[in-house]
Design a protein around this ligand. Structure first.
Ligand SMILES: [Zn+2]
Length: 450
């Protein structure tokens, strides 16, 4: 228990780099020995690559361990259904099954956890909850569907572990959730960034004063937008509260990064429980501090699914711990998760990132929802920003607003000409989890629905 400390785990969160790395090396050896003894996939893979855990003499030897990709995991599930050969146990020894939210053709990952894994999953979230300033006197509302997607399940248990009064807001309408947040006097709300905005919009339509409500902190997860400054500023303004970014993944079972109460514009890596590498996704060589690359994660706490050098496809930029003044020894990802390594779109020779578009759109609080549609007309690619305005917005200002959006988008994209279209009320999709606002129709059959 952390007592009066600003840190959940004062001992490990303030370790110097040398001692932190010694701890990582000891845990890495143990996890590799565990994996090779119990996981059929790692046993075969390590043997094929000639790797044995006794080769790990320093952290630099980490690179002897073969990387694991999502495709390899999926293939193993396909060949050895339903869980594949990476887990060290089958369903008999586990207490939980979760799946990724992905709906791509590859199919979701199925992840198993033991009781001990769940204790660790909650412990990781406790670093974030405590680190952003939540305390046992708080009341937390978790605006989340509580389905097979892992989402805020770990946060739920961590709230209990920290001692926060916890309201599970599953299986309800947005309206019912906002009413409960106010009714129960929640001081902390957990949601995706997109859903935090939607809850605030719903509250305004219901005539509720969320800015004047007891809500002081929002814990965001599930989308990179929690660290886009413009999105975060809008969320903080609508709620009259501070917003804190976190990020996790089903493959780990929990979060690997969190933003501390100093709000340094990035997220600390929980380095006493993970090793995060940042590599060039093509050459697979490590990149330096301050350079963008792909996250590769090794986590130590989940026994059922040992995760060693897993390629995440997340785009990040790592900076030293001293970038934040909170005193933690954990390095940070500047700007949180920046997106996916493969989510850059090229339109007529110009690079376009979903994050860059969102940063501009969120400067306009009168925009309720938006979507980017990319099409091919003849030989020419076109990019269209579709914008849905708030219901109480004055329509006669559209020409001015669309012109301003058009100019801001062009300025940020080497003069690229975006079309800006107004969408009707309720026309664009709404999201509770993992918003997908970019629709690329260039390779879609003619007539495919947006
Ligand atoms: Zn910090």
């Amino acid at each position: 228990m952390a007592g009066d400390s600003p840190y959940w785990n004062p001992k490990t969160e303030t370790l110097g780099r040398e001692r932190l790395e010694a701890l990582q090396l000891a845990k890495l050896r143990y996890q590799c020995e565990w994996a090779v003894a119990r996981s059929p996939w790692y046993r075969a893979r390590f043997a094929a690559e000639g790797f044995v855990p006794s080769q790990l003499r320093s952290l630099a030897d980490l690179r002897r361990i073969p990387m694991l990709t999502r495709d390899e995991w999926t293939a193993s599930q396909f060949e050895h259904p339903p869980y594949g050969e990476i887990p060290v146990i089958g369903g008999d020894g586990a207490i939980r099954l979760h799946t990724t939210s992905g709906t791509t053709g590859r199919g979701p990952l199925r992840a198993l956890d033991s009781r001990k894994d769940w204790a660790w999953i909650a412990e990781m979230w406790a670093y974030a909850i405590w680190g952003c300033g939540a305390r046992p006197t708080d009341t937390a509302y978790i605006a989340f569907g509580y389905g097979s997607f892992i989402g805020f399940w770990g946060l739920h248990y961590a709230m209990e572990k920290v001692g926060v009064l916890n309201v599970p807001g599953g299986a309800q309408s947005t309206e019912a959730r906002v009413l409960q947040i106010v009714d129960f006097g929640a001081t902390v709300v957990a949601a995706t960034p997109t859903y935090a905005l939607r809850l605030a919009q719903e509250g305004e339509q219901l005539g509720l004063d969320l800015r004047g409500s007891p809500v002081r902190r929002l814990i965001l997860s599930g989308e990179p937008a929690g660290s886009i400054p413009q999105t975060k500023a809008l969320i903080e303004d609508l709620w009259g509260a501070k917003a804190f970014d976190t990020a996790g993944m089903t493959e780990i079972g929990t979060i690997m990064v969190f933003e501390c109460s100093h709000q340094p514009g990035g997220t600390h890596i929980i380095e006493d429980h993970m090793i995060e590498e940042v590599i060039d996704p093509v050459s697979l060589q490590p990149v330096a501090y301050g350079e963008r690359g792909e996250r590769v994660v090794t986590s130590f706490g989940r026994g059922t699914i040992p995760l060693l050098r897993y390629r995440t496809s997340d785009l990040v930029c790592r900076v030293p711990a001293a970038t934040c003044s909170c005193g933690r020894g954990f390095d940070l990802y500047e700007g949180g998760i920046l997106g996916r390594v493969d989510d850059m779109k090229i339109i007529r020779g110009t690079n376009v990132y979903a994050r860059g578009i969102e940063a501009i759109v969120r400067e306009f609080p009168e925009v309720e929802e938006f979507q980017t549609v990319i099409t091919r007309e003849g030989l020419r690619d076109e990019i269209t920003l579709r914008v849905e305005m708030r219901p109480d917005w004055r329509s006669d200002a559209w020409a001015q607003l669309s012109d301003l959006l058009h100019r801001r988008l062009a300025l940020a994209h080497e003069g690229l000409n975006f079309r800006v279209e107004r969408a009707g009320a309720g026309e664009l999709p709404r999201f509770e989890l993992k918003a997908k606002r970019t629709v690329d129709l260039r390779d879609a059959p003619i007539g495919a629905a947006t």
